[in-house]
Design a protein around this ligand. Structure first.
Ligand SMILES: Cc1cc2nc3c(=O)[nH]c(=O)nc-3n(C[C@H](O)[C@H](O)[C@H](O)COP(=O)(O)OP(=O)(O)OC[C@H]3O[C@@H](n4cnc5c(N)ncnc54)[C@H](O)[C@@H]3O)c2cc1C
Length: 323
């Protein structure tokens, strides 16, 4: 078991973690990225990415994340394949974290970039057809379904927002909800019901996603939650919109979170309630949830971390001079 020291410890290896690492390494902070169970983050489970700036043509999610990792390593980041299982933030900087491997990590600053996971239904075909018609992000993938027939599954704000967003691309959007009323805010519901491109299927549970001969999603298998009657719905794309779970278990009781578990930061900054601890990307963002916004927040966290260290060094010098 080893102890690793760094000026900036970054937990998480999605766009937020890698971008923080690129900036930190170029500021000579010799960052360490602890990658976690999903090196590269959420984009490694998707195929086509068409909205990350800098690429004229569609790129593949796993490839994009490999490039970000290579860039971070090229400028001097140490990547460690480990998962943090506990953190000690109580005594302020430096912060101590322990990995699943038993290794200890001591960071003079800490960037939390542990991301979030979309919640899935857990029904047959869902994972197999991921990226082949099944998605959890309309902003990311809606564009691929221009002029096609799509469905959104869910009844909260996210589902209604996704359905409304999809009407920019499709004239045939079906919202499928297992109950007979929506949880979404009234104003969103009004917009939904007023939109002629959206049909709502009430009291229907999705039991499975079924592919066609071409390997792409062909239809949804549904059951009426009141009558038990089975039916199918042919669609080209289906968007599961039943919420996201931010990876904040480690920080419960240690850092403030909102009612959904997202880390709270000072508005417009990645600063958490503890000086020297920063949060970036989907772990703190339930609104935008994009690779480019996560990367932007990672950059901000590294720059603020650098400033934190500089201010601390300056204060130490002044104290020394006064003594
Ligand atoms: C199917 C799908 C398709 C998408 N398509 C697009 C798209 O086309 N364009 C777009 O902009 N966005 C897309 N997104 C959204 C985008 O992937 C996320 O917004 C982005 O990945 C968030 O980056 P992040 O760095 O905050 O976190 P994540 O990518 O979620 O990464 C989190 C990282 O934290 C690590 N981690 C978690 N817990 C620990 C721990 N305890 N110890 C160490 N490490 C830990 C994980 O291993 C992972 O590396 C898509 C998302 C999904 C699910």
């Amino acid at each position: 078991m080893a102890t690793h020291h760094t000026k900036m410890l970054i937990i998480g290896s999605g766009p937020a973690g890698y971008s923080a690492a690129i900036y930190a390494a170029r500021a000579m902070l010799e960052p360490i990225v602890v990658q976690g169970l999903q090196p590269g983050g959420q984009l490694t489970i998707t195929t086509d990415v068409e909205n990350y700036p800098g690429f004229r043509d569609v790129v593949q999610g796993p490839w994009l994340m490999e490039e970000m990792k290579a860039q971070a390593e090229h400028v001097g980041t140490r990547m460690i394949w480990d998962t943090i299982v506990s953190v000690d933030l109580e005594n302020g900087a430096p912060f101590r974290a322990v990995g699943d491997s038993g290794d200890e990590y001591i960071g003079e600053t800490l960037v939390i970039a542990t991301g979030a996971q979309a919640k899935w239904l857990g029904v047959p075909g869902e994972m197999e057809l991921g990226g082949k018609g099944v998605s959890a992000c309309a902003t990311c993938d809606g564009f691929f379904y221009r002029g096609k027939k799509v469905a959104v599954i869910g009844g909260g704000n996210t589902a209604v927002e996704e359905a409304l967003y999809l009407t920019n691309h499709s004239d045939d959007v079906t919202l499928i909800h297992r109950r007979d009323s929506l949880r979404a805010e009234k104003i969103l519901q009004e917009r939904l019901f007023a939109n002629p491109k959206i049909t709502v299927l009430w009291n229907k549970a999705v039991d499975g996603f079924v592919g066609g001969e071409n390997g792409m999603l062909h239809h949804l298998a549904l059951t009426d939650t009141v009558t038990g009657e089975a039916s199918t719905l042919e669609v080209d794309g289906a968007f599961v919109a039943i919420g996201h779970a931010p990876a904040t278990e480690l920080f419960k009781g240690k850092l403030p979170v909102d009612e959904s578990g997202y880390l709270l930061t000072e508005p417009g900054t990645p600063k958490t309630a503890i000086p020297g601890v920063f949060a970036a990307g989907d772990v703190t963002d339930h609104v935008y949830r994009q690779a480019v916004t996560a990367a932007g927040m990672g950059c901000m966290a590294a720059l603020d971390g650098e400033r934190f260290l500089a201010a601390r060094a300056h204060a130490a010098k002044e104290t020394e001079a006064a003594e």
